[in-house]
Design a protein around this ligand. Structure first.
Ligand SMILES: CC/C=C\C/C=C\CCC/C=C/CC(=O)SCCNC(=O)CCNC(=O)[C@H](O)C(C)(C)COP(=O)(O)OP(=O)(O)OC[C@H]1O[C@@H](n2cnc3c(N)ncnc32)[C@H](O)[C@@H]1OP(=O)(O)O
Length: 286
């Protein structure tokens, strides 16, 4: 009995050694482990890493893991979250196009519902959030970044809501979170043109807050931003953020079914399927 307890303790110690070196607690979000979470014991800040190679495209499983992670952070009264990616060149390639091509009805419902859940939890989170954008961030990848309150982008990558370039309109909750960051004028121009901004252009227009030299620098800068909230009451902070975002959040909360039906209708149009098929082929041919 005692030996078993010692074995268990030894196993726990071994498995947590790499985290202890940096005073981090590690946990993974669920069964599929597509999201890694490291909580710094000293600051209470969680680094949440999207880990679905090769490009972190957002499929049902990744969205479900992310959604569970956001629940855990909220119930653990997180001091803050930094969202980043395990890839060296891609933050997230956006929605997984294979989830929308030849869709299976039940799965596509679950997929869109999971995306809505992630958006509501991330955009409305009571804890402060920052994105360390260490790679390209088109469409749904940009969505995750603009849900956060602060963005630090590593040089030489691109970010934007490029949906019109794919022949579709960005869904309304993509647009409202984009408008929360950019002026209506800049948002309209970028959304209608489907602009993908370079890091410098994104900084100039206000889509990102700082530029970083590499991933470590971007995480450091995000951490500095989050640490500023040590001086602020977390309740007052959360209330203020949620009041500012309330209209956008309620818009989706009150119209979830309608938004889902619009998505299902759109992806089931033969012309959209044809476009998606061609787009998948063009990505494969690159
Ligand atoms: C399009 C939707 C149309 C209709 C639906 C209607 C309405 C619903 C609402 C739609 C909202 C959509 C929001 C989105 O997020 S759509 C997704 C938009 N994303 C993109 O356009 C990004 C496409 N990818 C890229 O540009 C590049 O991959 C990237 C710059 C991210 C990285 O380039 P890199 O050279 O590093 O990698 P690749 O060789 O291109 O890719 C590696 C493999 O990954 C596959 N891949 C890439 N992106 C996706 C994706 N978004 N979904 C699924 N798979 C993806 C790519 O095909 C390669 O696969 P293999 O060849 O290795 O099999």
């Amino acid at each position: 009995m005692i030996r078993n307890s010692i074995n268990l303790l030894t196993k726990k110690l071994i498995s947590s050694t790499s985290c202890q070196r940096t005073r981090m607690r590690c946990f993974s979000s669920g069964a599929t482990n597509l999201v890694d979470v490291n909580v710094n014991d000293k600051t209470g800040i969680a680094v949440v890493t999207l880990n679905r190679p090769p490009v972190n495209s957002l499929n049902l499983e990744l969205l479900t893991d992310l959604s569970k992670t956001l629940d855990e952070l909220e119930s653990n009264r997180s001091k803050g979250m930094i969202l980043t990616s395990s890839s060296k060149t891609v933050f997230s390639a956006g929605l997984d196009i294979l989830e929308m091509y030849n869709p299976e009805p039940e799965r596509s419902k679950a997929f869109w519902t999971a995306l809505q859940d992630v958006w509501l939890k991330l955009y409305g989170s009571p804890y402060p959030t920052a994105a360390a954008i260490n790679g390209h961030s088109p469409a749904g990848g940009c969505l995750l970044a603009i849900c956060c309150e602060y963005r630090v982008m590593v040089n030489d990558f691109t970010i934007g809501l490029n949906e019109t370039r794919l022949g579709i309109s960005a869904p309304s909750f993509f647009i409202s979170s984009f408008r929360n960051v950019l002026s209506t004028r800049e948002a309209e121009k970028a959304l209608t043109l489907g602009t993908m901004f370079s890091s410098d252009e994104a900084l100039k227009v206000g889509l990102v807050d700082e530029i970083a030299t590499d991933k470590a620098d971007s995480i450091n800068k995000c951490e500095n931003f989050l640490l500023e909230f040590k001086k602020v009451s977390s309740m007052a902070r959360a209330f203020t953020k949620q009041s500012l975002r309330k209209k956008d959040l309620e818009e989706l909360e009150n119209n979830r079914e309608q938004d889902l039906q619009l998505f299902l209708f759109a992806i089931n149009q033969p012309i959209v399927q044809k476009g998606l098929g061609a787009y998948i082929q063009s990505l494969k041919k690159k």
